[in-house]
Design a protein around this ligand. Sequence first.
Ligand code: FES
Ligand code: FES
Length: 154
Amino acid sequence: MRLTINGRSQDVEVPPRCTLLHLLREDLHLTGTKEGCGIGTCGACTVLVDGKAVLSCLLLAVQAGGRSVETIEAAGAGPDPLLDAFIKHDAFQCGFCTPGQIMALRGLFQRDPRASAEEIRRAVEGNVCRCGAHLRIQAAALDVAAPSGGSIPE
Ligand code: FES
Ligand code: FES
């Protein structure tokens, strides 16, 4: 099948039960996308499919056929205010959840660059951070949405 990955059209051969996560990591070596739980509960594997955040461990690769997939490698390819804000706010510790957090927020900001604190919270509510950086992640995102100020409500 053919699909677009990070702006590049690619032909791939995948068995019917192969997940999009497996295709990305194992076949295409795009290892920025992480596998946490593998069963749709942690958000570590979040990528964008046609601009929408999806859990790539739950999506069959064939379901992405003909569609446009964006991974953390696309976010890391150029200057990105969200990445800068993560660094500024120290919004990670081990970094394992970070690609998923960033892709969930990237999807939100592509739809609404001025998303509210509540929308930010909802965008990453399925992304678990075992290091407990949730508030700093939300602060970083709010910095991008409202650079002139704003705070995450308690
Ligand atoms: S690895 Fe996909 S949700 Fe956890
Ligand atoms: S930074 Fe370690 S799990 Fe989020």
